[in-house]
Write a protein that binds this ligand. Sequence first.
Ligand code: PRX
Length: 627
Amino acid sequence: MDSPEPLDSLLHEERVFRPLPQMIIEAGINPQDLIAARARADSDLCSYWEEAAEELDWFTKWDQVLDDSNAPNYKWFTGARCNIVYNALDRHIETVNKNRLALIWEGEPGDSRQFTYYELYRAVNKFANGLRSLGVTKGDRVVLYMPQLPETVISMLACARIGAVHSLVFSGFSAKNLRERIREIQPRVVVTVDGFYRNGQVIRLKEAVDSALLDNPSEKLESVVVVHRANVEVAMDSARDYWYEDIVRHERAHAAAEIMDSSDPLFILHTSGTAGKPKGIIHSHGGYMVGVHRTFKWVFDLKPTDIFWCSADPGWITGHSYLVYGPLLAGTTTVMYEGHALYPQADRLWNIISKYGVSIFYTSPTQIRTLMRFGHRYPDQHDLSTLRILGAVGEPFNPEAWIWLYENIGKSQCPVLDTWWQTETGMIMISPMPVSVLKPGSVTRALPGVDADVVNLKGEPVPAGKGGFLVIKKPWPAMFSAVLNDDRALVDHYWGIIPGMFYAGDVARKDEDGYFWIQGRADDVLNIAGHRIGSAEVESALTGHHDIAEAVVIGVPDKIKGEVAKAFVTLIYDAVESDELHKELIDHIHRELGTIVAVKSIEFCDELPKTSSGKVKRMALKEREGL
Ligand code: PRX
């Protein structure tokens, strides 16, 4: 396969933004520090990450920083004992951070709840004890089907505290999706809410859990815990279902943190890959906490007075690493908002920033493109002067939206950090720091301790300006440790494609300054509003409909969401194409996979272009669309 050519859209961007002098003066890591850190990591990767690990508390220190004797099954901090929650909570309550705000939460209707580190510690311990009383022990799995609520953070931390493995299923996914996850994960407990608010409506999650649990997809499942949020009526099975409030009411506010091996699993999070079903990516306590802590503090140049807001949902890796774990490990205040960015009107995010004095705002290009349609009128109505740093993740950031964010939200005073990483990497990998020279549309350079490159399929670096495959050449601490129920995946999907390198699945190029420009996925994974959706998942949902014989799905560009799905289908002999069927099929996809799968259209075809061996020619369909 030839190396792909770069996309035109990012080729002609030549603007450069230099850091303001004040930013350099105040930076924890100035440009010289950055050069020195890179040199140190290049010459001795292990000592660089060991120094980062020393900033956290361990019950027992490691025998070895990195065990690469069984690559690609890399093991970080072997022999070490720790618990990420001890570092996210206990460590802080012994310091002045005890009374600092850990979490500021705002509900969509406008209600608000706040937790100091001590209050969060108590709430987590109570639920940790509650989970123990339900029989959950170290190594058990707990599925969380929860929206943006304090109890979601509490549940994640309570699981990790007692050594249980949490697996969050995004609340926008369908009951069918949830059922599939439960079948694969085999949890002992599912935690959910009665309902929550989204764009002025109540979304009923417990109802979805009940339908996902019909015929018991998890043999291990014993209990469902339900948080009260929207006060909607729900059916409670007296043998299985408990209200969260009843579980925690009489529990003690102290629960010993389980002593975990550095490589013990912390969470499972599913993400889409090229082949068929989503993969359950597994992250572990030790390496993950080191990588997330270091990157959070460095990339966002954390100050003691910061109020940090990551607007991603905790159901995605961004939420795990930089809404929950990163900020709490660093002892800062993290902000969480339950609802929709346009509710009740398009200034909600700006209102939240001014109300709580947010200083670092980490968001997605889709969110910015959605809001920039409304112009600068809304941002102008709010005091955004507390902002110091802006960041984005999840999809290519088109220069137009980058500049809009820079000028209208950051008032040309705040660096915009376009950060590249993945569910699998666990932590930010390629990203500017606040003192970096920025080019809109570029994720700039790899962070210290990360060895990224653009290569051809033989693993040879491609010349500057040429497109190629994005790889990571050396292990990093927050790397995923395994894929659920798939021992071969580590080699087959990641380390064996270009032997000896981690294949990220993205197409990228480097420019003459060594800056990375990410073009998009190299495989058949769509990136809809920053969410990874496999073409194969949408195709399989479509062929599950009784009127469909065959289906092929491709990604087509979209002004707001970056990319949306377009499907080509053939019908079975007695089905008739109609507008109603078109609508029914889109509803069907949403029921099967959730409404995040935005579909531009479904084209009814007499036949699909095929190779002589009968495989559908996806490329031919892309060409037909002018892609
Ligand atoms: O294609 C890249 C894109 O998102 C993919 C990872 O998706 P996920 O595992 O869901 O994690 C998203 C949040 C960490 C990548 O393979 N991606 C991520 N960040 C960027 C990006 N594409 C372009 N620019 C980015 N900054």
